[in-house]
Design a protein around this ligand. Structure first.
Ligand code: ZN
Length: 117
């Protein structure tokens, strides 16, 4: 069984003397001792416990929302700079670019001249 959540992908990992949870992010949970040599299957109760431990290591919804918002802002910033570069390559003035972006010519120049030329 593999559990997925955003960038997290967890599963129960078999150890010589039992099981523990592991996640693609690097997290690993405590060992749960079972008789793996006698019975290599993962007991459902242990799997449930490991799944609860894995779910508890996930970031809280507020931080997940913040990370998604920051990623969206970064993406929008890159999109905006690409559009400014395209406008500059098209010969548009800082006044035209500022007007299109809803800011002054001077603000547009200060904001993008270094990055966009
Ligand atoms: Zn994780």
């Amino acid at each position: 069984m593999v559990w997925r959540d955003d960038e997290h992908e967890g599963q129960a990992e078999r150890l010589p003397g039992g099981w523990r949870g592991r996640c693609a992010c690097g997290w690993s949970g405590p060992s749960h001792v079972t008789a793996t040599l006698l019975d290599p299957s993962l007991p459902p109760a242990v799997e449930g416990e490991i799944h609860r431990e894995w779910a508890a290591h996930l970031p809280p919804p507020s931080l997940r929302a913040l990370r998604q918002a920051a990623a969206a802002a970064q993406s929008a910033q890159e999109h905006l700079e690409a559009a400014v570069r395209a406008a500059r390559a098209d010969g548009r003035s800082w006044a035209d670019i500022g007007a299109a972006a809803g800011i002054t010519r001077q603000s547009a120049h200060e904001r993008w001249a270094k990055a966009c030329g």
